[in-house]
Design a protein around this ligand. Structure first.
Ligand code: PGA
Length: 255
Protein backbone atom coordinates (compact mmCIF):
# COMPACT_ATOMS: atom_id res chain seq x y z
CA UNK A 1 0.00 0.00 0.00
CA UNK A 2 1.29 3.43 -0.87
CA UNK A 3 2.24 5.58 2.08
CA UNK A 4 0.19 8.71 2.72
CA UNK A 5 1.78 11.80 4.18
CA UNK A 6 0.55 14.79 6.15
CA UNK A 7 2.82 17.74 5.65
CA UNK A 8 2.54 20.61 8.08
CA UNK A 9 4.12 23.93 7.28
CA UNK A 10 4.87 25.76 10.52
CA UNK A 11 5.49 29.43 9.68
CA UNK A 12 6.53 30.24 13.26
CA UNK A 13 7.29 34.01 13.31
CA UNK A 14 9.36 33.96 10.13
CA UNK A 15 7.02 36.20 8.11
CA UNK A 16 5.30 39.51 8.83
CA UNK A 17 1.58 39.77 8.03
CA UNK A 18 2.17 41.07 4.49
CA UNK A 19 4.63 38.30 3.74
CA UNK A 20 2.22 35.67 5.04
CA UNK A 21 -0.57 36.95 2.80
CA UNK A 22 1.79 37.35 -0.18
CA UNK A 23 3.15 33.84 0.23
CA UNK A 24 -0.39 32.46 0.31
CA UNK A 25 -1.67 34.40 -2.70
CA UNK A 26 1.45 33.96 -4.85
CA UNK A 27 1.54 30.21 -4.23
CA UNK A 28 -2.23 29.71 -3.99
CA UNK A 29 -2.71 27.60 -7.14
CA UNK A 30 0.49 25.62 -6.66
CA UNK A 31 -0.29 24.81 -3.03
CA UNK A 32 -3.71 23.54 -4.04
CA UNK A 33 -2.12 21.42 -6.78
CA UNK A 34 0.34 19.94 -4.28
CA UNK A 35 -2.30 18.84 -1.77
CA UNK A 36 -4.11 15.61 -2.62
CA UNK A 37 -5.26 12.46 -0.80
CA UNK A 38 -1.67 11.20 -0.91
CA UNK A 39 -0.19 14.41 0.51
CA UNK A 40 -2.38 16.42 2.84
CA UNK A 41 -1.05 19.92 3.47
CA UNK A 42 -1.72 21.90 6.64
CA UNK A 43 -0.48 25.49 6.89
CA UNK A 44 0.09 27.03 10.32
CA UNK A 45 0.30 30.82 9.95
CA UNK A 46 0.53 33.34 12.78
CA UNK A 47 -2.59 34.29 14.74
CA UNK A 48 -2.73 37.66 12.97
CA UNK A 49 -3.47 36.13 9.58
CA UNK A 50 -5.10 32.90 10.73
CA UNK A 51 -8.66 33.91 9.86
CA UNK A 52 -7.74 35.63 6.54
CA UNK A 53 -5.72 32.63 5.41
CA UNK A 54 -8.46 30.26 6.52
CA UNK A 55 -10.90 32.33 4.43
CA UNK A 56 -8.53 32.44 1.46
CA UNK A 57 -8.27 28.65 1.33
CA UNK A 58 -11.96 28.09 2.10
CA UNK A 59 -13.41 25.21 0.05
CA UNK A 60 -9.96 24.06 -1.10
CA UNK A 61 -7.95 21.00 -0.09
CA UNK A 62 -5.50 23.11 1.96
CA UNK A 63 -6.04 22.81 5.71
CA UNK A 64 -5.19 25.49 8.25
CA UNK A 65 -3.89 25.04 11.79
CA UNK A 66 -3.08 27.36 14.69
CA UNK A 67 0.43 27.52 16.20
CA UNK A 68 -0.73 27.37 19.81
CA UNK A 69 -3.71 27.99 22.10
CA UNK A 70 -4.49 28.77 25.72
CA UNK A 71 -5.22 26.06 28.26
CA UNK A 72 -7.80 28.40 29.85
CA UNK A 73 -11.48 28.97 29.26
CA UNK A 74 -12.80 32.54 28.76
CA UNK A 75 -11.46 34.94 31.36
CA UNK A 76 -8.82 37.48 32.28
CA UNK A 77 -5.89 36.08 30.31
CA UNK A 78 -4.20 38.92 28.44
CA UNK A 79 -2.59 37.91 25.18
CA UNK A 80 -3.96 34.37 25.11
CA UNK A 81 -5.80 32.51 22.35
CA UNK A 82 -9.14 30.95 23.25
CA UNK A 83 -9.73 27.45 21.86
CA UNK A 84 -13.42 28.24 21.47
CA UNK A 85 -12.44 31.04 19.06
CA UNK A 86 -10.37 28.63 16.97
CA UNK A 87 -13.46 26.46 16.82
CA UNK A 88 -15.62 29.43 15.76
CA UNK A 89 -13.16 30.08 12.93
CA UNK A 90 -13.54 26.39 11.90
CA UNK A 91 -9.84 25.76 12.55
CA UNK A 92 -9.44 21.99 12.66
CA UNK A 93 -5.81 21.63 13.81
CA UNK A 94 -3.67 23.20 16.52
CA UNK A 95 0.00 22.75 17.43
CA UNK A 96 0.69 22.26 21.13
CA UNK A 97 3.84 21.56 23.11
CA UNK A 98 6.24 22.82 20.46
CA UNK A 99 9.67 23.00 22.08
CA UNK A 100 9.87 26.71 21.29
CA UNK A 101 6.66 27.41 23.24
CA UNK A 102 7.57 24.95 26.01
CA UNK A 103 10.79 26.92 26.46
CA UNK A 104 9.53 30.47 25.90
CA UNK A 105 6.45 30.15 28.12
CA UNK A 106 7.85 27.61 30.59
CA UNK A 107 5.06 25.20 29.69
CA UNK A 108 4.81 21.98 31.63
CA UNK A 109 3.44 18.62 30.49
CA UNK A 110 0.42 19.44 32.67
CA UNK A 111 -0.27 22.67 30.77
CA UNK A 112 0.05 20.85 27.47
CA UNK A 113 -2.23 18.04 28.60
CA UNK A 114 -4.89 20.59 29.54
CA UNK A 115 -4.66 22.11 26.06
CA UNK A 116 -4.85 18.63 24.52
CA UNK A 117 -7.97 17.81 26.48
CA UNK A 118 -9.69 21.13 25.67
CA UNK A 119 -8.91 20.87 21.98
CA UNK A 120 -10.56 17.46 21.93
CA UNK A 121 -13.61 18.94 23.67
CA UNK A 122 -13.92 21.46 20.86
CA UNK A 123 -13.37 18.92 18.09
CA UNK A 124 -9.97 20.32 17.08
CA UNK A 125 -7.20 17.84 16.28
CA UNK A 126 -4.17 18.43 18.49
CA UNK A 127 -0.77 18.27 16.82
CA UNK A 128 1.22 17.37 19.90
CA UNK A 129 4.98 17.97 19.72
CA UNK A 130 7.31 15.88 21.85
CA UNK A 131 11.06 15.39 21.82
CA UNK A 132 14.28 15.31 23.78
CA UNK A 133 17.23 17.65 24.22
CA UNK A 134 20.67 16.81 22.88
CA UNK A 135 21.84 15.90 26.37
CA UNK A 136 19.06 13.35 26.73
CA UNK A 137 19.68 11.98 23.26
CA UNK A 138 23.36 11.44 23.99
CA UNK A 139 22.52 9.80 27.32
CA UNK A 140 20.08 7.51 25.51
CA UNK A 141 17.16 8.87 27.50
CA UNK A 142 14.76 9.68 24.67
CA UNK A 143 12.21 6.99 25.47
CA UNK A 144 12.25 7.90 29.14
CA UNK A 145 11.40 11.50 28.27
CA UNK A 146 8.75 10.60 25.69
CA UNK A 147 7.10 8.30 28.23
CA UNK A 148 6.95 11.22 30.65
CA UNK A 149 5.63 13.64 28.03
CA UNK A 150 2.93 11.17 26.95
CA UNK A 151 1.93 9.73 30.31
CA UNK A 152 -0.93 12.14 31.05
CA UNK A 153 -1.89 12.38 27.40
CA UNK A 154 -2.62 8.63 27.33
CA UNK A 155 -4.80 9.08 30.40
CA UNK A 156 -6.80 11.83 28.66
CA UNK A 157 -7.17 9.64 25.58
CA UNK A 158 -8.41 6.75 27.70
CA UNK A 159 -11.05 8.99 29.26
CA UNK A 160 -12.12 10.58 25.99
CA UNK A 161 -12.87 7.68 23.66
CA UNK A 162 -16.39 8.89 22.96
CA UNK A 163 -15.07 12.30 21.84
CA UNK A 164 -12.29 10.73 19.83
CA UNK A 165 -14.58 8.80 17.54
CA UNK A 166 -14.15 11.15 14.64
CA UNK A 167 -11.10 13.06 15.74
CA UNK A 168 -7.56 12.52 14.57
CA UNK A 169 -4.62 12.96 16.91
CA UNK A 170 -1.29 13.98 15.42
CA UNK A 171 1.95 13.35 17.27
CA UNK A 172 5.09 15.09 16.05
CA UNK A 173 8.36 13.69 17.32
CA UNK A 174 10.73 16.64 17.14
CA UNK A 175 14.13 16.28 18.80
CA UNK A 176 14.81 19.75 20.20
CA UNK A 177 18.38 19.62 18.93
CA UNK A 178 17.23 18.91 15.37
CA UNK A 179 14.92 21.90 15.10
CA UNK A 180 16.54 24.54 12.93
CA UNK A 181 20.01 22.96 13.32
CA UNK A 182 20.30 21.21 9.95
CA UNK A 183 20.96 17.93 11.79
CA UNK A 184 18.63 14.95 11.90
CA UNK A 185 18.99 11.92 14.19
CA UNK A 186 20.54 8.62 13.11
CA UNK A 187 18.03 6.69 11.03
CA UNK A 188 18.06 3.67 13.34
CA UNK A 189 17.17 5.98 16.25
CA UNK A 190 14.17 7.19 14.24
CA UNK A 191 13.18 3.62 13.35
CA UNK A 192 13.21 2.74 17.07
CA UNK A 193 11.31 5.80 18.22
CA UNK A 194 8.62 5.51 15.58
CA UNK A 195 8.02 1.82 16.14
CA UNK A 196 7.77 2.56 19.88
CA UNK A 197 5.27 5.36 19.24
CA UNK A 198 3.31 3.22 16.81
CA UNK A 199 3.15 0.34 19.26
CA UNK A 200 2.03 2.56 22.13
CA UNK A 201 -0.71 4.31 20.19
CA UNK A 202 -1.92 1.09 18.54
CA UNK A 203 -2.07 -0.65 21.90
CA UNK A 204 -4.42 1.84 23.52
CA UNK A 205 -7.50 0.15 24.94
CA UNK A 206 -9.73 1.47 22.18
CA UNK A 207 -8.70 2.35 18.68
CA UNK A 208 -7.77 5.99 18.06
CA UNK A 209 -7.09 7.64 14.76
CA UNK A 210 -3.49 8.80 15.06
CA UNK A 211 -0.83 10.07 12.67
CA UNK A 212 2.87 10.10 13.50
CA UNK A 213 5.01 12.92 12.17
CA UNK A 214 8.69 13.75 12.27
CA UNK A 215 9.92 17.34 12.64
CA UNK A 216 13.35 18.97 12.81
CA UNK A 217 15.47 20.15 9.85
CA UNK A 218 13.44 18.32 7.21
CA UNK A 219 14.64 19.45 3.78
CA UNK A 220 14.72 18.39 0.13
CA UNK A 221 18.02 16.55 0.69
CA UNK A 222 17.04 14.35 3.64
CA UNK A 223 13.40 13.73 2.71
CA UNK A 224 14.19 10.49 0.86
CA UNK A 225 15.64 8.86 3.98
CA UNK A 226 12.90 10.24 6.22
CA UNK A 227 9.97 9.15 4.03
CA UNK A 228 11.34 5.61 4.10
CA UNK A 229 11.28 5.25 7.90
CA UNK A 230 8.49 2.88 8.97
CA UNK A 231 5.52 4.54 10.67
CA UNK A 232 6.52 8.09 9.73
CA UNK A 233 3.42 9.36 8.01
CA UNK A 234 4.13 13.03 7.86
CA UNK A 235 6.39 15.95 8.66
CA UNK A 236 6.28 19.16 10.61
CA UNK A 237 8.42 21.58 8.67
CA UNK A 238 9.61 25.05 9.63
CA UNK A 239 12.30 26.77 7.59
CA UNK A 240 12.19 24.59 4.45
CA UNK A 241 8.47 25.09 4.06
CA UNK A 242 8.88 28.84 3.55
CA UNK A 243 10.64 28.43 0.23
CA UNK A 244 7.92 27.13 -2.07
CA UNK A 245 10.33 25.40 -4.50
CA UNK A 246 11.96 23.48 -1.66
CA UNK A 247 8.62 22.69 -0.06
CA UNK A 248 7.31 21.37 -3.38
CA UNK A 249 10.35 19.07 -3.73
CA UNK A 250 9.74 17.71 -0.23
CA UNK A 251 6.06 17.05 -0.82
CA UNK A 252 6.53 15.60 -4.31
CA UNK A 253 9.42 13.29 -3.43
CA UNK A 254 8.08 9.85 -4.28
CA UNK A 255 9.33 6.81 -2.44
P1 PGA B 1 12.63 23.30 11.22
O1 PGA B 1 11.48 23.45 12.30
O2 PGA B 1 12.04 22.53 10.06
O3 PGA B 1 12.98 24.72 10.82
O4 PGA B 1 13.76 22.58 11.84
C1 PGA B 1 10.62 22.40 12.59
C2 PGA B 1 9.67 22.78 13.69
O5 PGA B 1 10.08 23.52 14.59
O6 PGA B 1 8.51 22.40 13.68
Amino acid sequence: MEKKFTIISNWKMYFDVNEELNFSTINYDNLIKLSNPQNRIILCPSFLTLSSIKELFKDTNIFIGAQNCSKHSKGSFTGQILIESLNKLSIKYCLIGHSETRQEFKETDNDITQKFSKLIDFGISPILCIGETLEMYTKNKTLELLTEQLHKIFKVIENSYSKLNHLEILIAYEPVWSIGSGIIPELNHLENIFSWLYKNFSNLKNKVNFTLLYGGSVNADNIKQLKNISHINGFLIGKSSLDFQEFEKIVKYDI
